[in-house]
Design a protein around this ligand. Structure first.
Ligand code: TEU
Ligand code: CA
Length: 547
C-alpha cells in the first residue's frame, strides 16, 4: 500500500488577519484573545489549519508586516501568553497553526535598524543591505543600480543622511531589507524561528520570500516589463527575485524546521513563473520549502478556459508528491466575489474548485460568507501601499481598475452578526476600518442557519474533502474534451473515483457521467443526476461518485 502523504500536502488553510477578525477588549482593533474566542468557527467550517497574519511588536505602519520585535506580541494584539494560548487552543481542536514570518525586512523602528543606520561602524552596521552608489554632476546621490521596489514605480533604494549611503527596501521605504549574507543576522533569525517552533507552531508562511537575497554584485535588472500572476512589473527582476542564494536560504531554513521533526512546514509567498516557483519545492532533491502559493486564480478572468489552463499548468509543474496551493483571496488582493461582479453562483463554483482540486486550499477570512470589497477612496487609505499609489494614480482611474489598489478594501472587519459593526467590536466603539453595508445578509450567524448560504456550501465541500480519500489524496485527471464553458476533472483514489463538473457558461449544460454515478454535492438545487447524466444550470458545479 502507498504511504499516506504528509498532512500538509492536502490541508486546508484559513487565513486570519487578526486586526480585522474579533476585537475582544473594545478598542476597535482585533486581537489574539478575539481569535481564540472564534476558533470554533474554523472547526465548524472544516478547515485544518490556521494561518495568522503577523501580530508581533510593530509600529503598524504596514499593519504588522513591519516588525520591531519578532519575539514579542504587539500590545494592542495581546501578550506572549495569549499567543501561547492560541497555539494550544488551536491544537486542542485539531487545527494546525501557521505563523507569518517576515524575513525580508524589519521595520525601520526596529532597534537593529536604528543602530545600523546610526553610523558605518556600529556593531550592526552590516545587518541591512547598504550600498554606496555614486554622485551626479551636481553632487547629488545616485542609487547603485536600476532596481525598482515591489510596488514597481518607486525605486528600491532609500537614502540615509546619517550614513550618506543607500539602504535597500524591496517593499516600502520604512521596511529596510535585512542582510542575509551576514552570519549574525542568519543566526539571530534562525534562533527566533526556533523559539516559535519550540512553542509549538506547525509552520510558517514566508512573506515575500523571493526578495530575501538579491544579486551580490548589485547588477541591474533587465529593463523590460513582465507579468507575474497577473501583476504587471515595470522591469524583469532577474537580479532581485528568486536568486540562487534565495533557493539556498530556503534549504537552510528548512534544516532549522526539520530540527523539530518532519511535520513543521514552510509555505512561501513567492512571485514568478510557476516553472521557477517549482524549484522552491523540488530543487533537485534538496529539501527547500514544502509549499508555495499559486496566485494565478486571483488574477484570472472567471472562465472555464482560463481555469482549465491554470489547472493543467499546475498539474504539470507540481506533480505529486508536490502539491499546488490554490488561493482565491488574501489580505492584499481584491475579494473574489467582487471580481465576479457579486454573483454568488460564481462564488459557489469557485468554492467547489478550490475545495476539490488536488493540493492545498487557502481561504481568507470572510471568503466563506461572501464578503466583498468595502470601497474606501485612496485619499482615506490607511494602507501605506495605497498612500504611495495615491501619489501616482488619480482616484477615478483607481476606481476603474478591476484590481483596485487600496488594500483597506479587503481588510474591513469580519462580519459575524447583523449587529452594528457586524459583531466585530462593541456597538459603541468605532472599528479601525468601517464595516461593509452588506452585513445584513453576509454574516456568519445568519448563514449558519441558512442551508442555501455560501457558508453552508463551504462547510459541505470541506466536510466532503475530509470524508473522501480521493478528494485529498487522489490524482487529478483533467478532461480535455469538454464543452468550452465546462470544467471536468476526476479525482482518482485507491478505492474510489470522484468527478467534479462545473458549468461556467450562461446556458444549461448536460454531461454523461456513466451508469452508477451518484451525486455527492451540488452548488444549486437545479443540478440533477439522472440515468448517468448530470444537468448543470448556468454557473453551477457538482461533485459525484462514479460507479
Ligand atoms: O505582500 C507582498 C506583495 O508584493 C503583494 O502581496 C502586494 O501587496 C500585492 O500584490 C498588491 O496587490 C506581502 C504581504 O502580504 C503584504 O501585506 C505586505 O505589505 C508586504 O508583503 C510587505 O511585507
Ligand atoms: Ca482589541
Amino acid at each position: 500500500m502507498r504511504a499516506a502523504s504528509p498532512w500538509w500536502a492536502s490541508t486546508s488553510i484559513y487565513q486570519v488577519y487578526p486586526r480585522s477578525f474579533v476585537d475582544s477588549n473594545g478598542d476597535g482593533i482585533g486581537d489574539l484573545p478575539g481569535v481564540v474566542s472564534r476558533l470554533d468557527h474554523l472547526v465548524d467550517l472544516g478547515v485544518k489549519a490556521l494561518w495568522l497574519s503577523p501580530f508581533f511588536r510593530s509600529p503598524q505602519r504596514d499593519f504588522g508586516y513591519d516588525i520591531s520585535d519578532y519575539r514579542d506580541v504587539a500590545p494592542e494584539y495581546g501578550t506572549l501568553d495569549d499567543a501561547q494560548r492560541l497555539i494550544d487552543e488551536a491544537h486542542r481542536r485539531g487545527l494546525a497553526v501557521i505563523f507569518d514570518l517576515v524575513l525580508n525586512h524589519t521595520s525601520d523602528q526596529h532597534p537593529w535598524f536604528v543602530e545600523s543606520r546610526a553610523s558605518r561602524t556600529n556593531p550592526r552596521a552590516d545587518w541591512y543591505v547598504w550600498a554606496e552608489g555614486s554622485r551626479d554632476r551636481r553632487g547629488r546621490p545616485v542609487p547603485p543600480n536600476n532596481w525598482r521596489s515591489e510596488l514597481q514605480l518607486p525605486r528600491a533604494w532609500q537614502w540615509s543622511h546619517e550614513r550618506q549611503q543607500w539602504y535597500l527596501a524591496s517593499f516600502l521605504s520604512f521596511q529596510p531589507d535585512l542582510n542575509w549574507r551576514n552570519p549574525s543576522v542568519r543566526a539571530e533569525m534562525f534562533d527566533m524561528v526556533r523559539m516559535w517552533l519550540g512553542r509549538g507552531v506547525d509552520g510558517f508562511r514566508l512573506d515575500i520570500f523571493g526578495s530575501c537575497m538579491q544579486d551580490a554584485a548589485l547588477r541591474d535588472n533587465a529593463p523590460w516589463p513582465t507579468l507575474y500572476a497577473g501583476i504587471p512589473r515595470v522591469q524583469t527582476p532577474n537580479r532581485t527575485l528568486n536568486t540562487d542564494d534565495c533557493f539556498a536560504l530556503a534549504g537552510d531554513l528548512r534544516a532549522v524546521c526539520d530540527e523539530f521533526g518532519p511535520d513543521r512546514i514552510l509555505l512561501g509567498e513567492v512571485f514568478g513563473p510557476s516553472s521557477v516557483l517549482r524549484r522552491y519545492v523540488s530543487d533537485g532533491g534538496r529539501a527547500g520549502l514544502h509549499l508555495v502559493f499559486l496566485f494565478d486564480f486571483l488574477a484570472a478572468r472567471y472562465s472555464a478556459t482560463a481555469y482549465r489552463g491554470l489547472i493543467a499548468r499546475f498539474e504539470r509543474d507540481f506533480p505529486p508528491p508536490m502539491a499546488p496551493t490554490y488561493v482565491l483571496e488574501n489580505h492584499d488582493r481584491a475579494r473574489s466575489l467582487s471580481r465576479v461582479g457579486g454573483d454568488l453562483r460564481k462564488a459557489r463554483v469557485l468554492a467547489t474548485l478550490l475545495c476539490t482540486l488536488r493540493g492545498v486550499a487557502v481561504l481568507y477570512q470572510g471568503q466563506e460568507i461572501g464578503m466583498e470589497n468595502r470601497y474606501i477612496p485612496l485619499a482615506d487609505a490607511k494602507d501605506p501601499m495605497a498612500q504611495t499609489v495615491a501619489r501616482h494614480l488619480p482616484e477615478w482611474l483607481n476606481q476603474r481598475l478591476p484590481e483596485r489598489l487600496n488594500r483597506d478594501e479587503v481588510r474591513s472587519p469580519m462580519q459575524w452578526t447583523a449587529a452594528p459593526h457586524a459583531g466585530f467590536c462593541p456597538p459603541d466603539v468605532a472599528p479601525w476600518l468601517p464595516t461593509h453595508d452588506n452585513v445584513l445578509q453576509r454574516n456568519v450567524e445568519s448563514q449558519v442557519r441558512d442551508p442555501d448560504s455560501l457558508l453552508t456550501w463551504y462547510r459541505t465541500l470541506l466536510a466532503l474533502r475530509a470524508e473522501r480519500e480521493a478528494l485529498r489524496e487522489g490524482r487529478l485527471e483533467l478532461a480535455a474534451d469538454t464543452a468550452r464553458h465546462v470544467i471536468r476533472y476526476d479525482r482518482v483514489g485507491e478505492h474510489e473515483r470522484i468527478v467534479v463538473v462545473a458549468n461556467l457558461g450562461d446556458s444549461l449544460t448536460e454531461m454523461r457521467l456513466g451508469e452508477g454515478a451518484t451525486l455527492l454535492a451540488a452548488s444549486d438545487p437545479g443540478c440533477g443526476l439522472n440515468n448517468g447524466a448530470v444537468t448543470l444550470p448556468p454557473h453551477t458545479a457538482a461533485v459525484a461518485l462514479l460507479g
